[in-house]
Design a protein around this ligand. Sequence first.
Ligand code: PLP
Length: 423
Amino acid sequence: MSVTAAATGAHPAAYGPDADALRRQDPEIADVLTGETQRQAEGLQLNAAENFVSPAVLAALGSPLANKYAEGYPGSRYHGGCEYADTAERIAVERAAALFGAEHANVQPHSGSSAVLAAYAALLRPGDTVLALGLQYGGHLTHGSPANFSGRWFDFVPYGVDAETGLIDYEQVRVLAHEHRPKAIVCGSISYPRHMDYAAFREIADEVGACLIADAAHPIGLVAGGTAPSPVPYADVVCATTHKVLRGPRGGMVLCGAELAERIDRAVFPFTQGGAQMHTIAAKAVAFGEAAGPAFAAYTRRVVANARALADALAGEGFAITTGGTDTHLITADPAPLGVDGRVAKARLAACGIVLDTCALPYGDGRGIRLGTAAVTTQGMGGPEMERIAGLFTEALGADADAVGRIRTGVRELAGNFPPYRG
Ligand SMILES: *Cc1c(COP(=O)(O)O)cnc(C)c1O
């Protein structure tokens, strides 16, 4: 007797990255995936928080580990059948700890925000005072926004950046720390283009008995490649994402010393999360494996070289580059000298297939633009392309309706020479 898949209740369509099966079953969503794949390939993806993960990472994400419930930690789960899930998580934890030289890694946070929530849960109580970069200077929502749990449950005191240089003013941080005696100091930003001085933050934290939380969501990929200083030797807890320059799946992680390991683990599960996403954890392990090799280190050097080249080229086009340049993958700029603000710039660039974000500008009104080179560098672009991109920016900002189509074609041609995925 032959038992068909349908007769036993199993999914008749294949699981995993079987595009044909998906198209037969659900053409509506298949169209979405095709359209999004094309959009990513035909435009210039300059969102500073995005990248193109490897096919190996995508394969892990699309695997049946997505089916597995695994509350708890390897060796002590609330569910049965976790032998492969346990192995995946053990490998991910070992690789993350080795990659960043940390005594302990927790790879379960569903996102960067979840990682920050867990760090606060482990170290703070509601009502505690926390010193963090103000949102108008590039702090993240989890650094005290009134729209976020952080602003509701903690008493955030913002520090800023120097009005002239755009750089963090460590003396101001010190003065505020002594004045407010925070329980924690947070260093990290969504748009700060320079390295942070983690040793200076540590010193200030020690002076006032605060703990130091580094939210390294952006630079952690550069840290993995040895292209940016590591917060791990300085911070009590390091929160990060795995999907930005690090080029892994969408998710978060927490790194800490052995003495905080148990508190962090309990803050992630069961305090702030339920079951771990095992397919994502397997994909994180794949990404950590990739990031440990020399090819990734070379990639991060190209990312920074490209960002510097693009910042220089944009300055040449008239953009006002915040801090005068960059140490990282990230550039923030004020397009005001070209007669537009960040919102208008973002919309005009998007009409030409150039994708980036607006950001707060430390001083002055209006918004700026924030962009990064992680994705275009993964595609293989280099110095000449950065110059071309800067030229396209100026053309796009000045374009009338006729010119938009022509520029869009130019963007498609440029991107088409550097496909993110082959075949
Ligand atoms: C991206 C980012 C986060 C949040 O990551 P999500 O995965 O979007 O929750 C937190 N902090 C900083 C500094 C970030 O750049």
